[in-house]
Design a binder for this molecule. Structure first.
Ligand SMILES: *Cc1c(COP(=O)(O)O)cnc(C)c1O
Length: 401
């Protein structure tokens, strides 16, 4: 007999540190936009492992690339060259502002590399990085300090020095924090964890202008917005600006753990042997997954589909917001990262709504204690969107009184 959800939950709860709040479902397989749990129940996935499996679960091209690479070479360390790693870096360079790439295993590690690069490239004494309130940059000590949300710092003090926080949305707030110590401004083009909050185009362009005026580096954390999620390959491509440093992770390997820090030739030259490294970074299996993922995403017309489905999802969510004004006030986002903004009354039941959606067979998430976040695989169909929106309307009508 295969173990059930409740048996797997019981075993796990005995042996795991309780740092995750988990739903009582043990997922055993995935195909496209559908997941199956240990009790045989199926779910339509509007979370994609938090914007990771953007090509859906077990995409055949990625599965093939991973299987073939795992059968020929799994790991050799960065003492040696491997082709998958080089090919992925070539694809990233050919399709972005960047000239050079460093591979990590996660978003936090990519951001650590970005922070180290910004510091090593700056004149002596300049080390401070300005980040935006509500941001999320990771959970390592430096990246959680870059994360301008006090609730993530509580209990872990003292936090590393060198990060200051600007109010979201105000260029004056950033400018007032620039000092002789400042070396960089770091932000996401759209804050995912804060509740799908896009930066206005003029705001992001204004941040670039501030960097230029004060000789600061612009670090864009595209860990969540990168790899097509917003309808362009990278979020900054919605604007006329380019960053000096960009980080990627989540969808880069469609589920295989890999992150990247990208920059230009001049800055890259400062990270000489001995300054930075990662044992697993750019592991051939993860890199092969990245190559397969990018090739699918770069195919003609692929990202147009992200915009089309994203616009449809947004239009259907807008209808829900109009239908249930006591619970939802509007829709935010770009491409296939969308948030249904909840009112105070909606926020109070946000977590319950997510649980009820799970019971109905739909995975969504409550982000930033403010919005219901939808980040489905790019293959999501109109029919699946309609099913999810219908289920959500049933759940919302229970609370809308
Ligand atoms: C998820 C996320 C991170 C952290 O990535 P990990 O792989 O969990 O370390 C950093 N920045 C942003 C914008 C993210 O969404």
């Amino acid at each position: 007999m295969k173990p059930t959800n409740s048996e797997l939950k019981k075993r796990a709860d005995k042996v795991f540190i309780g740092n995750y709040l988990r739903y009582p479902s043990a997922m055993i397989s995935g195909q496209g936009c559908t997941l199956t749990d240990a009790d045989g129940k199926t779910y339509i996935d509007f979370l994609s492992g938090i914007a990771v499996c953007s090509l859906g679960h077990c995409h055949p091209a990625v599965t093939r690339a991973v299987s073939e690479q795992a059968a020929s070479l799994v790991h050799v360390s960065n003492f040696y060259y491997t082709e998958p790693q080089t090919e992925l870096a070539e694809l990233l360079v050919a399709n972005s502002f960047a000239d050079k790439v460093f591979f990590s295993n996660s978003g936090a590690e990519a951001n650590e590399a970005a922070i180290k690069l910004a510091r090593i490239c700056s004149p002596a004494g300049k080390y401070e990085i300005i980040t935006l309130k509500g941001s999320f940059h990771g959970r390592t000590l430096a990246t959680v300090t870059a994360t301008a949300q006090p609730k993530f710092h509580a209990g872990f003090e003292p936090m590393p020095e060198g990060f200051v926080y600007a109010d979201f949305g105000s260029l004056e707030a950033i400018e007032s924090l620039i000092s002789d110590n400042t070396c960089a401004i770091m932000c996401e083009p759209l804050q995912g964890e804060a509740g799908v909050r896009p930066l206005e185009q003029e705001y992001l362009e204004g941040i670039r202008a501030l960097c230029d005026r004060h000789d600061l580096l612009l670090i864009l954390d595209e860990v969540q917005t990168g790899m097509g999620r917003t309808g362009k390959l990278f979020g900054y491509q919605h604007t006329v600006i380019e960053p000096d440093i960009m980080t990627l992770a989540k969808a880069l390997g469609n589920g295989m753990p890999i992150g990247a820090m990208l920059t230009n030739e001049t800055l890259a030259a400062k990270l000489v042997p001995g300054t930075h490294a990662s044992t697993f970074g750019g592991n051939p299996v993860a890199a092969a997954a990245g190559v397969a993922t990018m090739k699918v995403m770069l195919a003609n017309g692929f990202l147009a589909g992200v915009n089309e489905q994203g616009d449809y999802l947004a239009s259907q969510l807008e209808k829900l917001a109009m239908q249930f004004p006591t619970l939802a006030s509007g829709v935010r986002g770009l491409g296939l990262i969308r948030g249904l903004v909840l009112t105070d009354k909606g926020v109070a039941v946000g977590a319950e709504i997510v649980s009820k959606m799970l019971e109905k067979g739909f995975l969504i998430n409550f982000a930033g204690n403010s919005v219901l976040r939808f980040v489905p695989p790019f293959l999501i169909t109109r029919d699946e969107i309609d099913q999810m929106v219908y289920a959500l309307s049933e759940v919302l009508s229970d609370y809308h009184r």
